[in-house]
Design a protein around this ligand. Structure first.
Ligand code: G6P
Length: 622
């Protein structure tokens, strides 16, 4: 959600900024722009509604260059997507240029005050007030430098912001500040960077500073200084990021999403390994016996991972677990205290609602444990303890590998807790089952053709239903979300037993129902649901380790999965069998099939899979 990149250095900033913006596309955007400090001593600004090629075309027609620039991908909140509402914004005198990620909640008051002083605004955005206010302060307090100005402006702003600011009177200085939105500072051999996220700078450096709340960074081409809001200097650690540039590139795949799906065996292996490596100390230090309740809170797919976690925790640990959407948790006056373990799950560690939920839980005395992918992110830093998933940078908006890594961390944590509580005696066997996941995932990924073939006949579906029971229901939620995110096909997930209370009225001839069947105890129950929908005309895709037609091992994908050659004589049911696994860990295998299914449906519809309309990867505003 909005991407920021800034550069000051020895090279022409324009191609560097454009490349950085491409790396930030995954965050979701509807327009983009760049401001360069040009030779005339003022800012050249080019901004354009639409995707980056439209901006590049404008730059090709009228090239600009300079050694200092800021760029932005905008995801509209205040004001429609348009050229004028795109960032960077400049003050009326073209003396200040700003890019902003976040929402300025008191922008109307600031705007009115500035308008009363004769300043006119050109856009409908909240962000323009930052540029206009900075320019106003620069004139009013003539002894100030850009850092003083940014501090003055930041003290007035309410809401959330990550800012990169340039001033025409300091052509060698870039200033950044953040509150409730991420920013990193990259240090390379040829210049300094500001960025929303590490992938934007990986081509130039893997050495970064993580900017903290209300910390200010002042960048020159070969130095960076940090200050607090009182302008007192801060010492910060330069950290080395382990992510490689390759991990943020497509590597020959048509889409990042497919690449990330394919990476899963390696990522599962690495995440399992981290339980005896980087995550070990934390796992060893946690004492589950001090808690009488677990509350899991997250958004999107991370919430669905939380629903899986509830089934696993409750079954293995016999401890009560609640799962709440972070956007609900934060406002419900949650009943949590010192005896509650609040688990936050987040790929980015920057989701605004998850951050707010974490702060709310902490303010009530709860102990917070985060499961996060991005090192240095707000959730990872503010939670009491953090277990990292080893998914590497995830670029496709729809999460796949990070979700799978979250599940594995949850399994490891649960088995550890269950053993601590004396609830299980088979700790080693369960760990061995978890350790078998990477190979079983690879087995599925070796047979994508069968899933692709089935998906190709689902392109025209208007609506697809996902059903499951118990842990299969949890993963049905993720299957449904994945499909709607990238294919724009309406879908709903239902607990199988709930069908008869409503959804069954929507089943008609050839409605597709995806039924999950990895839960052995409830196999008979889900098959009854399958019969109920088939007898009302539905076609069913049955996925699970309890069903026959195991294409992954039998190597008979065509017969097993062709929709008109299903396992039932009338071709109503097609089957995708999965390798056998302990049912509590089966979501990891079902998830991969569901991800591939959604991917191929969307690919057959010719959609922009990595950047689905209206969605952002990291939702940093409420
Ligand atoms: C967005 C993404 C989802 C993600 C959700 C939560 O909606 O598109 O893939 O699950 O945010 O993000 P988080 O970074 O907190 O896991």
């Amino acid at each position: 959600m909005c991407g920021i990149i800034g550069y000051v250095g020895e090279e022409n900033a324009v191609p560097i900024i454009i490349d950085g913006l491409k790396k930030l596309e995954y965050r979701g955007y509807d327009s983009a722009g760049i401001a360069v400090f040009g030779e005339g001593g003022f800012f050249d600004v080019v901004k354009q509604k639409g995707r980056l090629p439209a901006l590049e075309a404008r730059l090709a027609d009228a090239p600009i260059e300079g050694n200092m620039a800021i760029g932005h991908t905008r995801w509209a909140t205040h004001g429609e997507p348009s050229d004028i509402n795109s960032h960077p914004h400049v003050g009326s005198e073209n003396k200040i240029a700003v890019v902003h990620n976040g929402i300025i909640e008191n922008y109307k008051e600031i705007k009115e005050r500035l308008e009363q002083r004769g300043i006119s605004f050109v856009s409908q955005t909240d962000s323009e007030v930052i540029a206009q206010l900075a320019e106003y302060y620069l004139q009013k307090y003539s002894g100030d430098d850009l850092t003083d100005t940014v501090i003055r402006v930041a003290s007035v702003l309410e809401g959330s912001f990550a800012l990169a600011v340039m001033s025409a009177s300091e052509p060698d200085t870039l200033v950044a500040i953040r509150k409730d939105n991420p920013l990193i500072i990259g240090a390379s051999g040829h210049g300094m960077f500001i960025a929303s996220d590490v992938p934007a700078v990986l081509r130039h450096t893997n050495r970064v500073y993580y900017l903290g709340e209300k910390e200010i960074a002042v960048l020159k081409k070969d130095s960076v200084q940090f200050f607090g809001m009182d302008k007192a200097p801060l010492k910060k650690k330069l950290e080395t990021v382990s992510w490689s540039l390759d991990s943020a590139e497509k590597g020959g795949y048509e889409h990042f999403m497919l690449k990330e799906i394919m990476e899963q065996p390696a990522i599962l292996r690495e995440t399992i390994r981290s339980a005896s490596g980087s995550n070990k100390d934390i796992l060893d230090s946690l004492d589950i016996a001090r808690f009488d309740k677990i509350v899991i809170t997250a958004c999107g797919s991370a919430y669905n991972a939380g629903v899986v976690a509830r089934y696993v925790f409750e079954r293995l640990c016999r401890i009560s677990v609640e799962v709440e959407l972070a956007s609900e948790f934060r406002y419900k006056d949650a009943i949590v205290d010192e005896k509650t373990l609040v688990i936050l799950i987040s790929q980015s560690g920057e989701t605004a609602d998850t951050i707010a939920a974490m702060r709310e839980a902490k303010s009530k005395g709860a102990f917070t444990l985060a499961i996060v992918n991005v090192v240095g992110s707000t959730v990872s830093k503010e939670a009491d303890v953090c277990l990292f998933t080893a998914a590497g940078p995830e670029i496709a908006v729809a999460t796949t590998k990070a979700f799978s890594a979250q599940l594995v961390v949850i399994y490891m944590l649960t088995v550890r807790f269950a053993a601590q509580l004396g609830q299980i005696s088979e700790e080693a066997e369960l760990f061995a089952e978890i350790a078998s996941l990477p190979d079983k995932a690879a087995e599925i990924l070796a047979h994508t053709d069968a899933i692709a073939k089935y998906a190709s006949v689902c392109v025209g579906c208007k609506s697809i239903f996902f059903i499951g029971r118990n842990i299969d229901y949890a993963i049905a939620l993720e299957g449904s979300l994945k499909l709607k995110e990238i294919s724009y096909i309406h879908s709903e997930a239902y607990a199988g037993g709930e069908l008869k209370h409503g959804t069954i009225s929507l089943i008609e001839d050839n409605t597709l129902v995806v039924a999950l069947a990895s839960c052995e105890r409830l196999y008979g129950k889900i098959m009854s649901n399958v019969e109920q929908v088939v007898s009302r005309g539905a076609k069913v895709l049955l996925i699970g380790s309890c069903v026959g037609g195991d294409f992954a091992r039998d190597g008979e994908p065509d017969d097993a999965t062709a929709p008109d050659k299903g396992v039932t004589p009338d071709g109503k049911i097609a089957v995708i069998g999965l390798p056998k696994i302990h049912e509590l860990f089966s979501p990891s295998l079902s998830a991969i099939v569901l991800q591939l299914f959604s991917y191929y449906v969307a690919a057959n519809r010719g959609l922009d899979i990595d950047k689905p309309r209206n969605l952002a990867k990291s939702v940093t505003v409420e």
